[in-house]
Design a protein. Structure first.
Length: 348
């Protein structure tokens, strides 16, 4: 009896050991360990004078949280979807790595602004390939909308960033000096790469949603996306037209879409990402990606994009910008501030 019990214990231990070994050798485990190693390098190389360290820490931890959630779940649709989303980070990493190499060779890491709209396209392509789903109307509309947004924005930012390194990249290059060659990997490209990967979470859910997918949901998501695209493209066109007029140099655009909010282009961007989230609701667990459009909207209006623009305009056109800000909300049209001053000047 004791011998039989001992054999049973040994067999159980051996089986458990084999399962653990399989887990250790699993490709996903290697991927998680690789990210942990990258985070260790990130922490070790972080200069003491780095500002916004908490932001770095959050971006380091986000993929680990995704790995942890996926590993903790039993085999299920959401677990499979999470792993596909995690895998899409590989496509994002390839794109940002190419962006870093181009920025290093050209001494212009402002090219990251060109890379930014291409990274979601790479993520979506990888997700679609891994999903095993056929191309149908639902996925086709999504991929088409993403391609239109990506190519339009990449072309626009290429024209703005190709000639010289813009702020804040030029400031960071000067500030970090000799360490910039390697720190730019993390400060610019990896930091923004993880940010974009988080925004892409709805992609994994909408592209792996069970079929048939609701046509009404497709129509709703498309309508939201189109409204955002029209707002952003209209705002960009108005600003471009304004800048081309010599008489407007040094001015501030406060008409058209720019009379509604101070950053209509960023509002349009946020609405487009919200439209893609609506499509993700075709997945039973799509609602868990609500953090993505919320994060995108916060980033655009209050986290990074708009605040940097606000600081620049406050320095370059203090009086006109103060008056404009007093009567025009930042990102959301409502509630509107009470007008304290009026100006006819325009933004360059």
């Amino acid at each position: 009896m004791k011998l039989a019990l001992a054999n049973l214990v040994c067999k159980s231990f051996y089986a458990s050991d084999r399962r653990n070994a399989d887990l250790r050798l699993d490709g996903w485990t290697f991927a998680a360990l690789a990210w942990i190693c990258l985070v260790a390098v990130w922490l070790f190389l972080m200069p003491k004078k780095t500002r916004g360290k908490a932001w770095h820490y959050v971006m380091m931890a986000a993929p680990l949280a995704a790995f942890g959630a996926a590993f903790a779940m039993p085999p299920s649709l959401i677990r499979e979807t999470l792993f596909i989303w995690i895998a899409s980070g590989g496509g994002v990493l390839v794109v940002v790595a190419l962006g870093w190499m181009a920025g290093t060779l050209k001494h212009n890491h402002g090219l990251m602004d060109v890379v930014y709209p291409l990274a979601p396209l790479a993520a979506a392509g990888m997700i679609f390939a891994l999903s095993g789903q056929p191309l149908d109307l639902f996925s086709g509309v999504f991929l088409l909308s993403l391609g239109v947004w990506s190519i339009r924005l990449a072309i626009q930012t290429w024209g703005h960033n190709i000639h010289a390194e813009r702020q804040p990249y030029a400031h960071w290059r000067k500030s970090f000096s000799s360490t910039w060659l390697w720190w730019s990997v993390f400060q610019v490209h990896l930091l923004q790469g993880v940010t974009v990967w988080l925004w892409c979470a709805p992609f994994a859910f909408l592209l792996t949603a069970p079929t048939p997918r609701p046509t009404l949901l497709l129509a709703l998501g498309a309508a939201v996306w189109i409204s955002g695209f029209l707002l952003q493209s209209t705002a960009d066109r108005q600003l471009s037209t304004f800048k081309r007029a010599p008489a407007n140099r040094g001015g501030l655009l406060d008409t058209g879409a720019w009379a509604i909010v101070r950053h209509p282009n960023y509002l349009g961007e946020s609405v487009m990402w919200a439209g893609w989230f609506v499509l993700a609701l075709a997945h039973p667990w799509g609602w868990v990606t609500a953090f993505a459009p919320l994060y995108t909207g916060w980033f655009m209006g209050y986290g990074s994009a708009a605040p940097f623009k606000e600081q620049h305009m406050a320095r370059s056109r203090p009086e006109a910008w103060a008056a404009y800000s007093a009567r025009t909300p930042r990102l959301l049209p409502w509630p509107r501030p009470k007008a304290k001053a009026r100006t006819k000047e325009a933004e360059v």
